[in-house]
Design a protein around this ligand. Structure first.
Ligand code: SF4
Length: 477
């Protein structure tokens, strides 16, 4: 979007007004693929009923089904993979900005999960050395796409930098920064490395420069993302790369909240925790997807560890950063997941008491290591197991949220609630944007109104299963 905007395109959120439609896709699990395809088909209709002249499909679905998309959906005029972002200009007829006549654009995100705001505007070729782990995995066939018909394009190697134009679609006070791209881990259920390529970090100075630019534009909350943020800097020869980066970013004046998502469990170092604890503007929040708790399932997933080790890690985290909010996600129905293995996961969830928890159904993906495993779990069992875990977490969350009542917190006011204009919505440092529960504000205290994007001191007055209700005490801060 940043590249198109700089080339003179006008962006619109209304597909019926657009001359060129761009659907940004995801394809790492079934539901994401389906959502992407549904969106492409929906947009294709605007070529006959609206003013659209061109339909461009971008993103991960293109990395995986490049030829298939063009063959099966003739309305698609061009495809742009994740490794060839600048090709969006040529696809849109804006390759030579001075000569081109800018059109009106509609860009939609199809699919979900790993594709988050901030990933769209990548440019520039990455020239840094790769990691030994990535090279080894490549030799072992980790990034192969041989089973994918149509995935003819080379593995993506691109990374954006601080000079790449960005067009923010997040509320004005918040932004994501992608600090690394790709992944070298061997998780057998996951095709993201095949889609995104080998792990590569953005240059340290580039991330800091981008953060400074964002804060100068009024951003007050930065969320660092990447497939595995805790590997940051390993390919650049940095030791404790993420902790060092957080240290540097926390020093930026005007940045009130800084957080990172997607930590790998065995890379949560003492230095990292100490850094989170030391800075007031680093959110006391850790998102560490664990995927399972049974050692046997984790072994088949090629992730290792298990409930016992994880509980020790969580104890270490909570001791180093008192009051920290913990988020995780699990996969249910991995091939061969027995009733006992599932029970081990339930028991672990009961003991670990996560603040936020997501559950994904196992999705059998061609090209993943688990695709060839026997003993696939029936869909009905997978659904039932998911429901069980969600119910369990609901009761854990309900009890935990009750403890919040009476607490004073700083809330970032986001705006009127989508459900009713009588309530406002906000978040504390313990809520990451978009994924966790909400803080509903039903009492503005002495204030006549609130301003979106500003921080307020508030008191939690009520708790529900996932959400809480708050009253404003003072602000804006
Ligand atoms: S860490 Fe594992 S699950 Fe996450 S992107 Fe890498 S391979 Fe996939």
């Amino acid at each position: 979007m940043g590249l198109l905007d700089r080339a003179g395109a006008r962006l619109t959120a209304r597909p019926e007004d657009a001359e060129i439609l761009v659907v940004n896709t995801c394809s790492f699990i079934d539901t994401a693929k389906q959502e992407s395809i549904d969106t492409i088909l929906e947009m294709a209709q605007f070529k006959t009923s609206g003013s659209a002249r061109k339909l461009i499909v971008a993103g991960c679905l293109v990395e995986r089904y490049r030829d298939e998309i063009r063959k099966s959906i003739p309305e698609v005029d061009a495809v742009v993979g994740t490794g060839e972002l600048e090709a969006i200009l040529e696809a849109a007829g804006l390759a030579a900005p001075a000569a081109a006549s800018p059109g009106l654009f509609n860009i939609l995100a199809g699919g979900s999960a790993e594709t988050r705001p901030g990933q769209e505007s990548q440019a520039g070729t990455h020239k840094e050395p790769s990691r030994a782990e990535g090279d080894l995995r490549e030799e072992q066939g980790r990034f192969k796409r041989d089973d994918w018909q149509g995935a003819a394009h080379m593995l993506p190697t691109y990374l954006y930098d601080e000079t790449t134009p960005r067009y923010l679609t997040t509320p004005k006070s918040s932004a994501y920064i992608k600090i690394a791209e790709g992944c070298d881990h061997p998780c057998t259920f996951c095709v993201i490395p095949n889609l995104r390529g080998k792990f590569r970090s953005r240059r340290f100075e580039s991330v800091v420069a981008e953060a400074r630019q964002l804060v100068a534009r009024g951003v007050r909350e930065i969320t660092l993302i990447g497939q595995d943020t805790t590997c940051y800097g390993e390919d650049l020869g940095l030791k404790d790369g993420l902790a060092t980066l957080l240290d540097a970013l926390a020093g930026i004046e005007g940045l009130r909240w800084l957080r990172f998502l997607y930590a790998y469990p065995n890379r949560i170092t003492g230095k990292l925790l100490e850094t989170i604890a030391r800075h007031d503007n680093i959110c006391k929040y850790l998102d560490v997807p664990l995927q399972h708790a049974s050692p046997d399932v984790l072994k088949r997933m090629k992730r290792g560890a298990g409930a016992e080790i994880f509980l020790k890690t969580l104890e270490k985290v909570r001791a180093a950063v008192p009051g920290i909010a913990l988020r995780t996600s699990f996969i249910v129905g991995f091939p061969g997941e027995s009733a006992e293995e599932f029970a081990a996961l339930e028991e672990f969830i009961g003991a670990a008491r996560f603040d936020w928890l997501g559950v994904f159904n196992y999705s059998d993906e061609e090209g993943s290591g688990a695709f060839s495993l026997d003993a696939k779990v029936p869909k009905r069992t997978i659904e039932a197991r998911k429901r069980r875990l969600m119910r369990l977490q609901q009761s854990i969350s309900k009890r935990a949220k009750q403890q919040w009542v009476g607490r004073e917190v700083v809330v970032l006011a986001e705006g009127e609630s989508e459900e009713t204009p009588l309530l406002w919505e906000g978040r504390t440092q313990f809520h990451a944007p978009e994924i966790d529960g909400k803080v509903y504000i039903n009492d503005f205290g002495e204030l006549a109104e609130l301003e979106p994007g500003r921080f307020y001191r508030a008191e939690i007055t009520e708790a529900h299963e996932y959400d809480v209700v708050a009253k404003v005490l003072a602000g804006p801060l």
